[in-house]
Design a protein around this ligand. Structure first.
Ligand code: 5GP
Length: 178
């Protein structure tokens, strides 16, 4: 399927599943090398990162834990940068090495707020692993250590990312065309 329609919008395929897989494996290997002996806790940010998290974790070979958090910052096709809720940090994070697993960093405001929230919890080190980054849109200074792919400033769906709740199920990534 090279084009899809979700509600009022048309999308064209922009990153194929095979290419995504290659970059996800590369990121997993970097983490395996860098964080060996650190017993990291992966904090996956739902909903958008569920597919990235699942694929990434299949290739993490070092001892680790995985947990899931949820926050809402996005409605329609523009980012508000406002975290409405953060649910699910039940672990004791004191002294832990944490890897935040995110679907996409756009302006970076969501990630900045999340880092502020985590900042009070006595974490040893926190790293960001993002499937996608839109470098042109970044508004804040973020050290995103692990990036699978950098993309232009267009709205995308698929591989966990949605348009108005739909499109998360596609294995490829699609870019809006109208
Ligand atoms: P930020 O706060 O960095 O501007 O926005 C981050 C959040 O906005 C992401 O976690 C994601 O939910 C949403 N987002 C940003 N760009 C896109 C996009 O192109 N497509 C989709 N589906 N969501 C996006």
């Amino acid at each position: 399927m090279n084009t899809i329609q979700i509600k009022d919008k048309h999308f064209a395929i922009s990153i194929k599943a095979e290419e995504i897989e290659k970059e996800v494996i590369r990121v997993a290997n970097e983490i395996n090398k860098d964080l060996a002996g650190e017993n990291p806790l992966f904090l996956s940010v739902l909903n958008g990162s569920f597919m990235f998290t699942a694929d990434l974790m299949k290739h993490i070979t070092i001892p680790c834990e995985i947990s899931f958090i949820k926050l809402a910052s996005y409605q329609g096709v523009t980012s508000t940068g406002t975290i409405k809720e953060v649910i699910g940090i039940n672990e004791d994070l004191v002294g832990r090495t944490v890897v935040i697993v995110e679907d996409i960093v756009d302006t970076g405001l969501t990630m900045q707020r999340l880092l502020e929230t985590l900042g009070t919890r006595g974490i040893k080190d926190v790293y960001i692993a993002s499937l996608l980054v839109k470098p042109e849109k970044l508004k804040v200074d973020l050290d995103i250590k692990y990036v699978a792919m950098r993309i232009p400033n267009d709205f995308i769906v698929g591989y966990g990312l949605d348009y108005d709740g739909y499109g998360r199920n596609y294995p490829d990534i699609y870019t809006v065309v109208d």
